[in-house]
Design a protein. Structure first.
Length: 299
């Protein structure tokens, strides 16, 4: 990224915050700032765990607690602890809270109409399309890749989802017991690592990397949840694992895949991998890939 890109992004942020009214203490003309209004919207009709609210909005626990106290004082929400686990708190809207949320929804619709109203039909279409693209890219930028123990619940969730998808799409089905699955120890430092992608705190993908001392590095069990596809996570995983392998002193990175995974095969080709003869006896593999990787520059 360069200075011009950063300057444009900052100008965009200033234009949006001024135009949609988030700088006012009385957001949309109601008796509360935008933080409280957004929290009411995120709680929704079914309620939500406080931890989920924090992760969804990227807010620290102290700030969320202050917002919830203000909403409780106003009679708009109730906060309850889960029986048997006081660490888990659930927040729900009261009748007054649902009425306030409906009022905010109505005024939000009016604000959207005021943004689109001065524009002609072509301009409205361009603005809506641009907003959809911005939302898509901001969502992609929100995903974080984090090293995670393979036995962590999020890692196990991703692997279970991966196995279920392979079972559904492989011609022969998929039995993990027949596959060359690395054990958890092979995906922990210093022998390897396991990355989990999270969006708003929820796991949406995974990828493992084996780093044997006397053989090429190998990518294992890369998967992206259907709802997160199109965000570029597969390419991000490959780039991150390539960097990690190079930093560990490996010059060759390998992977194998099934013929049914055509999108993945296309991704590997476009990322610079080339097909090579089989280097293992994985029963579910039809294609084997290899890429020479260079050590990253210092710093």
């Amino acid at each position: 990224m360069d200075a011009a890109q950063i300057d444009q992004l900052r100008r965009f942020n200033r234009a949006v915050t001024a135009r949609v009214g988030v700088l006012h203490d009385r957001y949309l003309g109601r008796d509360r700032p935008v933080g409280e209004a957004r929290l009411l919207w995120e709680i929704g009709e079914e309620g939500r765990d406080v931890r989920q609210l924090r992760e969804r909005l990227g807010l620290d626990s102290g700030y969320v607690s202050r917002l919830l106290r203000a909403l409780e004082t106003g009679g708009l929400v109730t906060v309850e602890t889960r029986p048997g686990d006081r660490r888990v708190r659930t927040v729900r809207l009261t009748e007054a809270g649902r009425a306030e949320r409906a009022a905010l929804d109505g005024r939000s619709d009016d604000l959207a109409r005021s943004l689109l109203g001065p524009l002609n039909a072509d301009q409205r279409a361009r603005l809506v399309a641009a907003m959809a693209e911005v939302e898509h890219l901001l969502t992609a930028a929100t995903v974080v890749l984090e090293p995670t123990d393979p036995d962590h619940p999020d890692a196990r969730h991703c692997l279970r989802s991966y196995f279920a998808e392979m079972q559904a799409c492989f011609d022969t089905g998929f039995d993990p017991g027949h596959s060359l699955l690395p054990d958890a120890g092979a995906l922990r430092p210093p022998h390897g690592l396991f990355l989990v992608a999270r969006l708003h705190g929820e796991p949406v993908g995974c990828a493992g990397l084996k780093l044997p001392p006397d053989a090429p590095a190998e990518i294992k069990r890369m998967w992206v949840a259907p709802r997160a596809r199109g965000l570029g996570l597969g390419r991000r995983f490959l780039a991150e694992l390539e960097t990690r392998a190079a930093r560990a002193g490996h010059t060759v990175l390998r992977l194998d895949t099934n013929k049914a995974l055509t999108a993945a095969i296309g991704l590997y080709h476009s990322a610079g991998f080339r097909e090579v003869p089989a280097f293992n006896d994985e029963p579910y593999a039809h294609h084997w890939f290899e890429k020479h990787v260079a050590a990253p520059p210092p710093g």
